[in-house]
Design a protein around this ligand. Structure first.
Ligand SMILES: Cc1cc2nc3c(=O)[nH]c(=O)nc-3n(C[C@H](O)[C@H](O)[C@H](O)COP(=O)(O)O)c2cc1C
Length: 337
């Protein structure tokens, strides 16, 4: 069946794109325990049209990862359209997403990412040309404006009028970076202003946050980023809470670390054994705030091989107690309760 944002069961639950994090190994691990829609990390349109080998590898995925949405960043409409077509022809993802929200200077200084929110005409041309170049749905991820959150309401209408099929809003402005909190009330206003589906993003760190964000914004779904780092279980837990009002999925320490090892193995398959150096960041998240892990955390961030990792994790692989992680706390104002 053709993938269509309008006809998917609600609420839509998805993994938000994260550069250097949401690669194939990570996404396969998320899919193993849950069933979120996966937004893959942004790739450069310029690099795609040059058929840069590393970039082409970044858009590859395993069949088990579907449905998958590949995000692209860039600012030249023809290049963006050509890049989207290259991705569609090469790997046939369920959708393509445009990054119009990245606040990082390296990206915005060349008029990519959130900078596109300042130029409606250019954003429109990009969306129109990309839409004409591909057959799969095209979505756009934005922030709540550059400086003034009101900006995103008018901009969402521009995105809709240009032909996008879905819009995700991270409720912080570009100038805010990660300060303060994601303004779910502005996402609600975007939802009321457009007819295409809207996904709410920002500060969803627990199943309860997901439930509140859906309630407050009235959005068609949610996108979870940092809350999924080191915690793939958040997706089945969100689905359970929304469906039954209860959460029974509670991994034991053993189950958690068995999953970590499978993720590490996939990471190694993707990047080679030396790739375990880049797996250290995931180990930090997988043990963040975990009782009894303080001693091994310093060793974990120095591992080089899968054997080293397996040996270090041995005590945890015997532990059948429930896994307790101190997660990021929601910064949402109480007025949302
Ligand atoms: C490490 C990291 C990398 C990110 N990379 C991307 C990216 O490639 N594309 C994008 O649209 N957003 C990116 N983001 C933003 C997230 O997708 C998300 O919008 C933001 O973190 C707010 O959601 P959260 O509160 O659930 O983390 C990134 C965030 C983090 C923490």
């Amino acid at each position: 069946m053709t993938f269509d944002w309008k006809n998917l069961p609600r609420p839509i639950i998805a993994l938000s794109p994260m550069a250097d994090m949401t690669d194939s190994a990570f996404c396969q691990t998320m899919k193993e325990v849950g069933f979120p829609i996966l937004f893959r990390e942004m790739v450069s349109a310029e690099a795609l049209v040059r058929e840069n080998e590393k970039t082409m590898e970044m858009v590859e995925f395993a069949e088990a990862e579907r449905p998958i949405i590949q995000q692209i960043f860039g600012s030249d409409p023809d290049t963006m359209a050509a890049a989207a077509k290259i991705v569609e022809d090469a790997v046939h993802p369920e959708g393509i997403d445009i990054n119009m929200g990245c606040p990082v200077y390296k990206i915005t200084s060349s008029f990519n990412g959130a900078a596109l929110m300042k130029d409606s005409a250019l954003a429109t041309e990009i969306i129109q040309k990309m839409k004409a170049a591909i057959c799969c749905p095209l979505s756009v991820k934005i922030r709540a404006g550059w400086e003034n959150p009101e900006e995103c309401i008018a901009f969402a209408k521009v995105v809709e009028a240009a032909g996008a099929d879905l819009i995700t809003v991270h409720g912080r402005t570009k100038t805010q970076g990660y300060a303060g909190y994601s303004d779910w009330s502005i996402i609600k206003r975007v939802k009321e202003a457009v007819t295409i589906p809207v996904l709410a993003n920002g500060d969803i760190f627990s199943p309860k946050d997901a439930q509140r964000a859906l309630h407050v914004t009235g959005a068609d779904g949610i996108l979870v980023a940092r809350g999924a780092l080191g915690n793939p279980w958040i997706f089945p837990q969100i689905a359970e809470l929304l469906e039954t009002g209860r959460i029974t999925t509670r991994p034991t320490v053993r189950e958690h670390f068995e999953l970590v090892l499978r993720h590490a193995k996939r990471h190694m398959d993707q990047y080679g054994e030396r790739g375990l150096v880049t797996f250290r960041k995931h180990l930090s998240w997988y043990t963040k705030g975990m009782q009894g892990a303080k001693e091994i955390r310093s060793s974990l961030v120095r591992i080089h091989t899968l054997d080293e990792l397996t040996n270090l994790l041995q005590p945890f692989l015997q532990d059948n107690k429930p896994m307790e992680l101190q997660r990021l706390a929601s910064l949402q104002p109480e007025s949302y309760d």
